[in-house]
Ligand binder design. Structure first.
Ligand code: FEO
Length: 165
């Protein structure tokens, strides 16, 4: 069963939002790299790759269902953070926004009795729980360390242990 035009549009919009998240994390990665926080930069770059994979998951779903992909513009991400705390606090706020957006899509899928979209979106609902949990934990760890360089460097080292899954 094909999905509604409004769902098709909403999923295309979500593809753009995931690409914006890719762009945002890439900008954050560059911010850290320019300040020699190699671990944070690596973590953000892997996160950016995950966001691209999120975009492609929805992109493939739209095509698999015989829908039309219409890629919209991707907004320019900010670059003017002052501290590592500000960067991760923005990442956390961004994940909360994305969760809201996924929940709205799910509400639409329920209203339209669009079962395939519901199943696809359930993966994203679980993923967002993880994304919010991770970003909140990092924000709280940086808050504990404050602006203290040695603590930030230890965290930087730990964050650099992340590997792409
Ligand atoms: Fe695609 Fe970080 O949510």
């Amino acid at each position: 069963m094909p999905f509604s035009q409004s769902m098709e549009q909403a999923l295309n919009d979500q593809v753009s939002k995931e690409f914006y998240a890719f762009y945002l994390y890439l900008a954050m990665s560059a911010w850290f790299a320019e300040r020699n926080f190699e671990g944070f930069a690596k973590w953000m770059r892997i996160q950016a790759d995950e966001e691209r994979a999120h975009a492609m998951r929805i992109y493939d779903f739209v095509l698999d269902r015989g829908g039309h992909i219409k890629l919209g513009p991707v907004q320019e991400p900010p670059t003017k953070w002052k501290t590592p705390f500000e960067v991760f606090d923005d990442a956390k706020k961004h994940e909360q926004l994305v969760s809201g957006s996924i929940n709205e899509l799910y509400t639409r899928a329920l209203a339209e009795k669009d079962y395939p979209s519901q199943v696809m979106l359930q993966w994203f609902i679980s993923e967002q729980v993880e994304e919010e949990k991770t970003s909140t934990a990092i924000v709280e760890r940086i808050r504990l360390v404050g602006d203290e360089p040695s603590g930030l460097l230890i965290l930087d080292n730990q964050m650099g242990q992340r590997t792409g899954e």
